[in-house]
Design a protein around this ligand. Structure first.
Ligand SMILES: Cc1cc2nc3c(=O)[nH]c(=O)nc-3n(C[C@H](O)[C@H](O)[C@H](O)COP(=O)(O)OP(=O)(O)OC[C@H]3O[C@@H](n4cnc5c(N)ncnc54)[C@H](O)[C@@H]3O)c2cc1C
Length: 193
């Protein structure tokens, strides 16, 4: 068994109850529940499972799973791919598994604004990107400069917001994909003046 195959096996749970991973605490077992440690593991996992159904789970605040559970694999980023770092002046790279609250706190610490509205959204950045989550007059996609996504074959693509159609709480994708990270550009926080 190759090193990466072993790591993927170590990061996989079998017949994992989804009730443990959703905010409503309901949902039967997932055949396989995979928590990727990094992009290589994720990519390899998708390559070897592209013929089976894949369900992506962020923080599980906007999903209801049936008692019968989910066949195939659930990929969870609740505890992975959650780094946030400054990339240039007033811009930061946010991985999809980071929570919206973490982004709000990071923005406050680094004097980026307006990002406090993210603190009222309970999910992950991946979940916020999927539905263009927002509040207090701001929406997630107002701040997105570029995106890193992965497709069903495990190939990573760098996309531009222009590749998507987004409107109020709705986003249309150019092809089936999942979000890995996005670059977000904010203005200098008003608290700075
Ligand atoms: C109490 C409460 C208050 C809320 N208030 C607001 C509000 O003020 N404004 C607002 O806009 N919304 C609000 N929401 C909705 C909120 O935006 C969503 O619950 C949240 O964005 C979902 O994120 P999640 O990480 O929990 O996604 P999940 O519930 O895990 O998944 C939701 C969907 O997103 C998909 N998904 C998750 N991550 C990715 C990814 N990386 N790539 C591709 N697909 C992915 C999943 O497959 C699934 O289809 C609220 C929800 C709750 C429960």
């Amino acid at each position: 068994m190759s090193e990466i195959t072993k790591k993927i096996k170590d990061r996989s749970l079998f017949n994992e109850p989804l009730s443990k991973h959703t905010s409503w605490k309901v949902g039967g077992p997932a055949d396989t529940f995979f928590i990727p440690n990094n992009r290589d593991e994720l990519s390899q996992f998708l390559k070897s499972n592209h013929d089976k159904p894949i369900t992506w789970l962020g923080n599980g605040t906007n999903v209801l799973f049936r008692d019968g559970g989910i066949r195939g694999s659930v990929i969870s980023t609740k505890k992975s791919l959650n780094n946030i770092k400054m990339e240039a002046e007033n811009s930061c790279r946010v991985e999809a598994g980071a929570s919206c609250m973490d982004l709000a706190l990071f923005a406050e610490k680094n004097k980026l604004g307006p990002a406090a509205f993210f603190s009222g959204i309970p999910g992950s950045i991946g979940g916020a990107l999927v539905m263009n989550a927002g509040s207090f007059g701001h929406e997630t996609w107002d701040f997105v400069e570029s995106l890193e996504v992965i497709d069903q074959t495990g190939t990573i693509h760098n996309l531009n917001p222009k590749d998507f159609k987004f409107s109020y709480r709705d986003v249309k994708f150019p092809f089936p994909l999942w979000f890995l990270s996005c670059l977000m550009q904010f203005s200098e926080s008003e608290n700075n003046h």
